[in-house]
Design a protein around this ligand. Structure first.
Ligand code: NAG
Ligand code: NAG
Ligand code: NAG
Ligand code: NAG
Length: 310
C-alpha cells in the first residue's frame, strides 16, 4: 500500500515537472577537463535546454556539431579584444552557415576579481561600436554587458550606455539585458527591478544566478521560486542557472550544483532539464544502486568477508 502510494506520487511528480518545463532555459557551460563525459548530459534528447553560452566567441568542441535550432550557441565578447576580433569571428560563423541570432557583451566588466573582465565604460563603448553594432545590421540581437549584481553594476551600465551614445553619435543597440545575481530571491527580484528602472522595456535574460553556500533545502526552494518567477514574467526571455558542474569543484557552495561528485544529476539538475527528482545528494560520491555498492565492495576485496558474516 505504502509502495503503491509512493509510486503514484513519483509519477505525479514527474508529470508536474514535465508540465512546468520551460523553453527559456539555457546552460552556462562550465566544462571540467577531468570529466569530459559530463558535457553529454546537457544535450540528451528531450531536455528543456534550448540554448547555451560558454563565455567564448566560438562553440564548445563538445557541442560543435549540434545545430543552432536544437541547442542555440550564443557567442560572448567576454572582455577586451583586439580590433574587430569578435565581429570577425561571428561574421565568419554566420557566413559558414551557423545561424547566430543572439550575442552577449562583456562578462562582469565592473569587476576585477573572480572572473570579471575589468573594463571601464569608455573603452567598453569603443569596443561595442566596432564589434557589436555592425552585427545588429545583420539582424543579430545584442545583449548588453552583464555586470555584477550590485549597485556598482547598475551604475556601470548607465555610464556605459551614455558613453556608447557619444561614441556612436546615437543610442547604441541594446536588444536585451543580461543579469547576474548571487543571493536570495528577494535580492534578485529587487536587482531586476533596479535594472528595469534604468532600462525600461529592455527584455532581461538572467544569465548567471544562484543563492550560493546555502543548505540544501534553502537551495531547492530558491531554485523552484526563481524558475517559476522567470517562467511567469514576460520581461524575462531566457535564464541560465549557474551550477552545471560537480559539487567538489563548485565555487558557489556544495549544494548549488546540478551534478554530484559522480556526475549524476541532482534533484535540481534533473528539474532544470525538465525531469523529476533523482534523490541524488549533491555531495554524494558513490553510485546509489545496490549493484554499484556490491561492485565497490568487491573492488575493495572484502566481498568474501561480508558474505561469510551472513
Ligand atoms: C535563424 O534563427 C532565428 C532565431 O531563432 C530564426 O527565427 C530563423 O528562422 C533562423 N534562420 C534560419 C535560416 O534557420
Ligand atoms: C537615448 O536614450 C536615452 C536614455 O538612455 C533616452 O532618454 C533618449 O530618448 C534616447 N534617444 C533616442 C533618440 O532614442
Ligand atoms: C515601455 O513600453 C510601454 C508599453 O509598450 C510604453 O507605453 C512605454 O512608453 C515604454 N517606455 C519607454 C521608456 O520606452
Ligand atoms: C520543487 O519543485 C519540484 C517540482 O518541480 C517539487 O517536487 C519539489 O518538492 C519542490 N521543492 C521545493 C523545496 O519547493
Amino acid at each position: 500500500m505504502r509502495q503503491t502510494a509512493q509510486l503514484l506520487l513519483l509519477s505525479l511528480g514527474s508529470s508536474i515537472a514535465t508540465a512546468s518545463g520551460s523553453n527559456k532555459r539555457g546552460l552556462v557551460f562550465v566544462p571540467n577537463e577531468q570529466w569530459p563525459q559530463d558535457s553529454q548530459i546537457w544535450v540528451k534528447p528531450g531536455t528543456d535546454l534550448t540554448w547555451y553560452y560558454n563565455y567564448k566567441m566560438t562553440p564548445a568542441p563538445s557541442f560543435a556539431d549540434v545545430p543552432q535550432d536544437k541547442f542555440e550557441f550564443v557567442p560572448m565578447m567576454w572582455g577586451k579584444v583586439d580590433g574587430t576580433t569578435f565581429l570577425d569571428s561571428v561574421n565568419q560563423q554566420l557566413d559558414g552557415g551557423r545561424n547566430i541570432s543572439h550575442v552577449l557583451g562583456f562578462n562582469e566588466p565592473d569587476g576585477a576579481v573572480s572572473g570579471g573582465s575589468n573594463l571601464d565604460p569608455e573603452s567598453a563603448a569603443q569596443l561595442w561600436v566596432t564589434n557589436m553594432e555592425p552585427l545588429a545590421k545583420r539582424g543579430v540581437k545584442l545583449g548588453m554587458p552583464a555586470v555584477t549584481g550590485s549597485d556598482r553594476g547598475v551604475k556601470w551600465t548607465q555610464n556605459f550606455a551614455t558613453e556608447c551614445a557619444k561614441v556612436a553619435n546615437k543610442n547604441c543597440t541594446f536588444d536585451f539585458l543580461p543579469i547576474h545575481f548571487y543571493g536570495s530571491f528577494e535580492g534578485l527580484a529587487s536587482h531586476m527591478g533596479s535594472m528595469s528602472a534604468s532600462f525600461p522595456n529592455v527584455t532581461q535574460w538572467i544569465t548567471e544566478y544562484n543563492w550560493d553556500n546555502q543548505d540544501l533545502s534553502t537551495t531547492k526552494s530558491f531554485f523552484n521560486t526563481t524558475c517559476e518567477y522567470f517562467d511567469r514574467l514576460d520581461s524575462v526571455a531566457r535564464y541560465s542557472y549557474f551550477g552545471s558542474f560537480r559539487s567538489k569543484v563548485s565555487n558557489v557552495g556544495p549544494n548549488a550544483v546540478m551534478l554530484n561528485n559522480d556526475g549524476e544529476l541532482t534533484d535540481i539538475g534533473s528539474w532544470y532539464m525538465g525531469g523529476s527528482a533523482t534523490g541524488v545528494n549533491p555531495q554524494s560520491a558513490a553510485g546509489r544502486s545496490g549493484a554499484s555498492v556490491l561492485a565497490a565492495v568487491a573492488a575493495a576485496g572484502i566481498v568474501g568477508a561480508v558474505l561469510a558474516s551472513f
